[in-house]
Design a binder for this molecule. Structure first.
Ligand code: ATP
Length: 243
């Protein structure tokens, strides 16, 4: 069966502590998937498995390729990852950081062209960040920085995007904007988005699936106001004791 992402009997954790037990799901065509669950439920751990950063049992397939045997999936434009925190300790202009999203179209040390910068500027404009284009990234607010990373991710143009709480530091206006943007990546650009989030209210109007990793047997559920409310009530009711 063709699928964009398939997770088969995934078991992952740290040493004796198993956080993900026999997780199975399949995303048949480009879609938005919200990954939800309590703090410590294993959401980022799932992404670490996708990036090959931790050992796991089972299989992770992207576009029918087993990730274990696939070299450099980000260089091939299959997978892109936006971490929860990304730190830069040196002064760099916003457009210089964003243009780096085009890395896989460049050879080592090849310079970015004026066309590349025009593309970066256009992406920043889409996020209403044009006024920051020449600013030093390290002077931006947390939310502004988060949006700049998102612009860089957009330029990567990967088929499957793993986003770890991309709206965590955003104000209510930008939360809405970003969820709308992610929806358009799916509908207009045929991208698949796996998005870890605690912003359940924003999911109400989304189309796609949610995966609640706090449930004993997590599975993809079609997003609707009812499923979002059900899952919110489930999370509010409490959490499993840490094993
Ligand atoms: N390298 C590690 N070694 C041991 N335990 C770890 C390691 N990394 C994470 N953990 C633990 O695994 C659990 C799951 O972490 P994870 O980051 O996947 O949670 P999460 O669902 O993304 O949580 P949050 O919503 O708080 O971001 C946590 O309790 C964490 O302390």
């Amino acid at each position: 069966m063709n699928s964009v992402v398939e997770v088969k009997n995934l078991v992952a954790g740290y040493g004796q502590r198993v956080l993900i037990r026999n997780l199975c799901f399949s995303i048949p065509s480009p879609a938005f998937v919200a990954i939800i669950g309590h703090n410590g439920a294993g959401k980022t751990t799932l992404f670490r498995a996708f990036q090959g950063k931790i050992d796991y049992q089972g299989q992770l397939l992207v576009q029918n390729h087993d990730l274990r045997h696939l070299s450099n999936p980000s260089g091939k434009g299959l997978l892109a990852y936006l971490p929860q925190k990304n730190v830069v300790n040196f002064p760099i202009k916003v457009h210089d950081l964003v243009v780096m999203g085009l890395f896989r179209k460049k050879r080592f040390f090849e310079n970015y062209t004026s066309e590349d910068y025009a593309l970066a500027a256009h992406t920043l404009e889409q996020l209403q960040l044009s006024h920051l284009i020449d600013h030093d990234f390290t002077t931006l607010s947390g939310g502004e920085q988060q949006l700049v990373w998102l612009a860089q991710l957009m330029l990567q143009d990967a088929d499957i995007n793993l986003l770890d709480e991309p709206t965590q530091q955003l104000d209510v206006y930008y939360k809405n904007q970003v969820f709308g943007l992610l929806q358009s990546w799916v509908s207009e650009r045929r991208k698949t988005i796996l998005c870890i989030t605690h912003d359940l209210q924003n999911l109400m109007t989304m189309e796609g699936y949610l995966l609640n990793l706090s449930k004993p047997e997590p599975m993809l559920e079609i997003i609707s106001p009812e499923t979002v409310l059900q899952n919110q009530a489930f999370l509010e009711a409490g959490r499993q004791p840490v094993q």
